[in-house]
Ligand binder design. Structure first.
Ligand code: F6P
Length: 321
């Protein structure tokens, strides 16, 4: 019988993490559970002490609309080391915590899977702007992120249109192209370069030259990070096509800001579901949303797998450009 649960946020923060924390705390408290918030992800779990705070209903008042995470987050590569995890497990035991809920992305799930194998009752929620978690159509933070990216690209379109320039825009997503693809379709970009398409430089150069010849005023090319140096790419495009070209790296702006309505709803539903799973003793799973239904998966079935929510978007983007 579960009496005490704990929650932490780990890895890159994502808008909506606070809404999920709020849901876990409120749903836990109404079911008579003690809910502990652990500061700064797995680092706080490892360090223990004041990093564990009992959370009241009031402690999560007014956080549903706030970006970031009130619990703080961190990346802790050392958590792969069993000795680090053991210290975290001892900290959970000291307080008699029966279940740990973690919110984060790939690295967080890898840590959670290791904790599960160490015998910890753990439940994972997908929180990352990258949308790169298998077993869920969407991750908490993705919707807010693409809204931010679309807003930024709309602004770039204004100025590029005025100056007849080409814009090369680098977006986040780690090795997943979902941010680029969703934003590409929503902004009417000319094309996107993602890990699925790779960079075909000749194609990019010929395409942009063609746009110039056919009097397109402001082509927009969206590139997922880690594929190429967008400043160098912009220079090559300018030299070859004759288009004045500017590169913009949107960077961490994409991770901040008030969570969108969709993210607040997703996070609230997942937080509530995590508590229901804990009360039912269904541990060792990560939750997600598929076709608008909450689903659960084993960490092993999710880690390292690639999903295709935005299948064929590259083609649609080019057809409509
Ligand atoms: O996973 C979220 C993310 O923002 C990625 O898109 C990006 O590659 C990475 O985190 C950046 O990490 P950091 O904030 O540690 O530089």
């Amino acid at each position: 019988m579960v009496k005490k649960i704990a929650i932490l946020t780990s890895g890159g923060d994502a808008p909506g993490m606070n809404a999920a924390i709020r849901a876990v705390v409120r749903a836990g408290r109404i079911n008579g559970l003690e809910v502990y918030g652990i500061r700064d992800g797995y680092r706080g779990l490892y360090e223990g002490g004041d990093n564990f705070q009992l959370m009241s209903r009031k402690s999560v008042t007014d956080i549903i609309a706030r970006g970031g995470t009130i619990l703080g987050s961190a990346r802790l590569p050392e958590f792969k080391d069993p000795a680090y995890r053991q210290k975290g497990i001892e900290n959970l035991k000291k307080l008699g915590i029966d279940c740990l809920i973690v919110i984060g992305g790939d690295g967080t799930y890898t840590g959670a899977n290791a904790l599960k194998k160490d015998g910890v009752n753990v439940i994972g929620l997908p929180g990352t702007i990258d949308n790169d978690i298998y077993g869920t159509d969407y991750t908490i933070g993705f919707d807010t992120c693409i809204n931010t990216v679309v807003d930024a690209i709309d602004r770039l379109r204004d100025t590029c249109g005025s100056h007849e320039r080409c814009a090369v825009v680098e977006v986040m997503g780690r090795y997943c192209g979902d941010v680029a693809k969703a934003a590409g379709l929503a902004t009417g970009a000319e094309f996107v370069i993602t890990s699925d398409t790779g960079l075909d430089l000749d194609y990019v150069l010929e395409k942009t030259k063609d746009y110039k010849l056919h009097s397109k005023r402001h082509p927009i090319i969206i590139v997922t990070e880690h594929i190429t140096n967008v400043h160098e790419l912009a220079k090559k495009i300018e030299d070859y096509s004759g288009f004045e070209t500017r590169a913009t790296v949107l960077g961490h702006i994409q991770r901040g800001g008030k969570p969108s309505t969709q993210d607040r709803i997703l996070a609230s539903r997942l937080g509530l579901a995590a508590v229901e799973y804990a009360l039912a003793g269904k541990f060792g799973v990560c939750l997600g949303i598929v076709s608008n239904e909450i689903v659960s998966s084993n960490f092993e079935d999710v880690l390292g797998k690639k999903k295709h929510v935005f299948r064929n978007f590259e083609k649609s983007i080019e057809i409509l450009s």
